[in-house]
Design a protein around this ligand. Structure first.
Ligand SMILES: [Zn+2]
Length: 493
């Protein structure tokens, strides 16, 4: 029997609760996540989450926060009165954020940098950034480049816009306790822009972070079945038969009501990367051309049945889905609905979903490996460059460009840099390159001379201004030509 959900409102805020055999729990779900952050504020939601906890007095024992691509969740377990205290402590922390000492903000930024270095070194990262660009959902895989530059003012104003009573859903394990009041301002944040998928044909992209990974986009209803079937077939072939990989890791990310991104990371030995890629393509094409096997689909339905048998985890999933659907305005995929849909999960239906998705296949391959033409050609794979600098061809900087010459003793003797209204230009003997300014999503300077550049597709590059004479002007000149807010620098010491 699936747990039932009850719906109510608490001080005007929508709330859901369910009975499962666990101690009382409250979750506050705010409709804000990494995808909402402009590049110049990337990392601000996660920093906000940490600062809320560090400003709670006394800090709650069994409480936790999680910043995701689309929502911020704050959870606590305890007695009913402890749950009331927790909600009040969170809202008090939101209202008093601006009183936090600067040292606390700096401390949490260092904690976060340690946490996220780990996280962004993880397998399936960067695939979302390559597909959807860095400005939206791609940020959840592209890193938090602005984090070191964020200030308490940024966090306070971010909280003011997004941590409102109109952008909140409460959920409870057990009946909601009496006495909860929501002391938060009103306000509805701007709607999210539609995410644009830039992968129109099967594409391979070099990657600093993966041995081998791929991503497809399918429907939310079919995503977990497609994932299970892929797992079954890839492991059966690449691991059991050929010994090319040891495991697969799968990540599902909801993009919007019609699309879920499915990222799979494989772990071949470096020297096995290209053979593993070839086998992977053969398996995917076999499934596309001959259809997925009944055995693989039964494996998927069996995992669904096993998951449905765990009443407590179904209860948590139910609450999570209801909160997400309410705060994001998308349909809820509840465990009951998933079980009811199992009838429709046939080999033909999964094959159709997979066929539709493979046209937008994106594969990331360890950039230390060269994918030979004999693999890309016959498989119809386009190759995307990771280089932010592009060849200038016959073009040269326009009239009135600002120019810099490299210092003879720097790292780039003989190089010249120029900036006109449209591009940043780099040249040396035999090399003419440029970066169109309208491709840039963010430019930053942390005070060490290094200017970091990031484009809308998540490609990055950098220039050390100390390599150039009068190089301190480079960032100021860039700032004059780029949209406001796109250039961020730590204040000059
Ligand atoms: Zn954290």
């Amino acid at each position: 029997m699936f747990p039932e959900a009850h719906e109510t409102t608490i001080d005007g805020v929508p709330a859901f609760w369910t009975e499962i055999d666990e101690s009382p729990q409250v979750t506050m779900t705010f409709g804000v996540g990494m995808r909402d952050e402009p590049p110049s504020l990337s990392g601000v939601t996660h920093l906000l989450e940490h600062l809320l906890f560090s400003s709670m007095e006394p800090s709650p024992l069994l409480a936790n926060g999680a910043t995701g691509p689309s929502v911020l969740r704050l959870t606590a377990s305890g007695t009913p009165s402890e749950l009331v205290d927790f909600v009040h402590a969170v809202t008090r922390a939101v209202r008093t954020l601006d009183a936090l000492p600067g040292a606390e903000v700096d401390r949490e930024k260092r904690v976060l940098e340690a946490e996220t270095t780990d996280h962004y070194a993880q397998p399936a990262c960067t695939l979302l950034a390559h597909r959807f660009g860095y400005a939206g959902i791609g940020k959840s895989s592209g890193g938090t480049v602005a984090l070191p530059l964020l200030t308490l003012d940024d966090v306070v104003s971010w909280a003011g816009t997004h941590l409102t009573r109109d952008n909140l859903v409460l959920s409870f394990v057990g009946p909601p306790p009496e006495g909860i009041e929501i002391y938060l301002p009103s306000g509805v944040p701007a709607p999210r822009p539609v995410e644009t998928d830039s992968v129109g044909v099967p594409t391979v992209v070099p990657s600093e972070r993966h041995h081998l990974a791929f991503s497809i986009v399918t429907t939310p209803a079919m995503a977990s079945h497609v994932a299970c079937v892929l797992d079954h077939e890839i492991l059966g072939d690449l691991r059991q038969r050929d010994g090319l990989i040891y495991s697969t890791d799968t990540y599902l990310t909801d993009i919007d009501e019609g699309r879920t991104a499915l990222d799979v990371h494989l772990d071949p030995l470096p020297e096995q990367t290209i053979p593993a890629l070839e086998r992977l393509l053969a398996v995917l094409h076999r499934m596309r051309d001959d259809g997925v096997s009944r055995e693989a689909v039964e494996y998927s339905l069996r995992s669904l049945r096993d998951a449905s048998a765990d009443r407590a985890s179904c209860g948590h999933q139910l609450l999570r889905e209801l909160a997400h659907s309410h705060v994001l305005g998308v349909p809820a995929h509840t465990p009951r609905a998933a079980a009811a849909m199992a009838q429709a999960v046939t080999p033909a239906a999964v094959t159709e979903a997979l066929r539709g998705a493979l046209g937008g296949l994106l594969i990331a391959v360890d950039d230390k490996q060269t994918v030979p033409e004999t693999v890309t050609g016959p498989n119809g794979l386009a190759v995307r460059s990771l280089d932010l600098w592009i060849d200038s061809g016959a073009e040269r900087p326009g009239p009135g460009a600002v120019r810099w010459r490299a210092r003879r003793r720097g790292a780039l003797p003989g190089f010249r840099l120029a900036l006109d209204a449209n591009c940043l230009w780099l040249s040396a003997r035999g090399l003419e390159q440029r970066v169109p300014l309208d491709t840039l999503a963010f430019a930053s300077h942390r005070g060490d001379g290094w200017i970091g550049l990031l484009d809308h597709d998540g490609r990055s590059a950098g220039i050390d201004m100390t390599d150039f004479r009068r190089g301190r002007d480079i960032l100021d000149e860039l700032a004059k030509r780029l949209p406001v807010g796109l250039v961020r620098a730590t204040p000059h010491p």
